[in-house]
Design a protein around this ligand. Structure first.
Ligand code: LLP
Length: 454
């Protein structure tokens, strides 16, 4: 690929294109450039030519993105039944899906294990009793053991995973769990660990330590002939305009060195890196208010649209898309959302050209964990998503309406007569109990009645 820069900055997006999209589709609006998603995939695969590369779909499950990445040949790493369904719907065959079960609810296992090609999917278990649960549902496909490597990293403590007891089998027990799985007739094909998300700078040495530990463990398990050692995702992207991008080639070299000699392949599963700089969020200024401390710029996107600033104090660059003529004075402001909550501030101390009601702003790096973490809190309908591809724009996800807010409330009968509980749903893709056989004693949805099947 010739023109494939390591990062696309917010300043690189064409203002005129974005203004046209806002005019056509309204705001708040997520825009995803599928060509940039492809570029990111190509750069990753170029840096890790011998590795199995998967996309952690949780970063952005929009169908347009999943289809785009499926066509690049990467695999899909899924954390929930819903993600598996979306990956399948987007065309990933089961053999290219890894389901990483974190404390999986019974319904998730019911769904995944009863899929037509369930035994072609790799299931990653992070607790010994998950082995019993998938066995009870008849799963005997490729199995991977998630290890807690005891070392974590990430852009915020809330996304540092590797040392959290919740994730994976403790390192010292992982060898035994993998051997037990083999003794029980499972087909252990890999081991897995994930340090955390948004790793750069000092976090890279923690990530290398994780890789080193996983290499050691894989060598202890050499007799099992593992196919891969997955070292998770987590590659950071520069959210600040002046932050340099990761040197992906250097990271790849360091990763391979830390892993050491192995018969098994290296596997990586980034999410953010594929999609972050492929997305922007467009938002309109609703209110401009002078206060003693700052100018408050109220916008129509809030923490319900983009949660990351409220949840992780994450920084997202903001740019005015208004014409720069006539010039305006630079004003320091607080950019706030419409949600009645103090955390609903996109950024403080930001400089914008003298803001005016109706101005269009763009928020950078919104392609990862943006729309994906949006919610209806404060009864705010979710925004729309537009996919750009080769100069064409199309609506990828429609804007929710006020009617969508109450669509599933019981007692609010739809025109089709359903009561919104989903109990009558015949398109659920699986029949609980079919694949589970007769040995559904632990926690299946149908066994204890606490959960309805999907
Ligand atoms: N693999 C596993 C097992 C994971 O749990 C994750 C992310 C990934 C891969 C992908 O990580 P990435 O390459 O995207 O950093 N909502 C947070 C990020 C949470 C990530 C959770 N797990 C954020 O907006 O920063």
């Amino acid at each position: 690929m010739t023109d494939n820069p390591a990062v696309r900055r917010l300043a690189d997006w064409r203002a005129e294109t974005l203004r046209d999209l806002a005019d056509e589709f309204g705001t708040p609006l997520y825009v995803t450039d599928l060509e940039r998603v492809r570029e990111n995939a190509a750069r990753l695969r170029g840096a890790f030519p011998d590795a199995d590369v998967a996309y952690a779909v949780k970063a952005n499950t929009t169908r347009a993105v999943l289809e785009t990445l499926e066509s690049t040949g990467v695999d899909a790493e899924c954390a929930a039944a819903g993600e598996v369904k979306r990956a399948l719907d987007a065309g990933f065959p089961a053999s290219r899906i890894r389901y990483t079960a974190v404390n999986p609810p019974a319904r998730d296992l019911d769904y995944v294990c009863s899929l037509e090609h369930a035994n072609e999917m790799t299931v990653t278990v992070g607790a010994e009793d998950t082995l019993d649960r998938v066995a009870a549902r008849g799963f005997d496909g490729p199995l991977c053991v998630r290890v807690n490597p005891g070392v974590g990293a990430g852009h915020h403590e809330k996304v540092s995973t590797g040392a959290e007891p919740k994730f994976g089998v403790p390192y010292d027990r992982a060898e035994r769990v993998a051997r037990d799985a083999a003794d029980r007739g499972f087909d252990p094909v890999g081991i897995h660990a994930h340090a955390g998300s948004g790793i750069s700078g000092e976090g890279l040495s923690a990530h290398r330590e994780l890789v080193r530990r996983m290499g050691d463990l894989a060598r202890e398990l050499a007799d099992l002939d593992l196919e891969f050692v997955a070292v998770g995702g987590g590659f950071g992207v520069p959210y600040r305009e002046t932050e340099p991008p990761l040197d992906l080639d250097a990271v790849a070299t360091a990763t391979r060195d830390a892993l050491g000699d192995l018969g098994a392949r290296l596997a990586i599963e980034p999410g953010r890196y594929f999609v972050a700089d492929a997305g922007v969020l467009l938002t309109t200024v609703n209110t401009v208010k002078e206060t003693p401390g700052t100018t408050v710029v109220g916008i129509d996107a809030g923490m319900t649209t983009l949660l990351r600033p409220a949840m992780y104090d994450a920084y997202h660059a903001v740019r005015s898309l208004e014409p720069d003529q006539p010039p305006r004075d630079a004003v320091s402001c607080e950019i706030s959302g419409p949600v009645c909550e103090t955390a609903d501030v996109l950024g403080r101390g930001r400089t914008l050209p003298d803001p005016t009601r109706g101005d269009l702003l763009a928020v950078g790096n919104a392609g990862a964990y943006g729309y994906e973490m949006s919610s209806q809190y404060n009864s705010r309908p979710r925004p729309a998503v537009v996919a750009l591809d080769g100069g064409e724009a199309r609506l990828a996800v429609g804007r929710e309406t006020l009617a969508d807010l109450t669509r599933l409330e019981t007692g609010d009968r739809d025109a089709d007569g359903s009561d919104g509980t989903g109990r009558g749903d015949s398109d659920r893709g699986c029949q609980v109990g079919e694949a589970a056989g007769t040995d559904m004693t632990d926690d299946t949805g149908s066994a204890d009645g606490r959960e309805e099947p999907w």
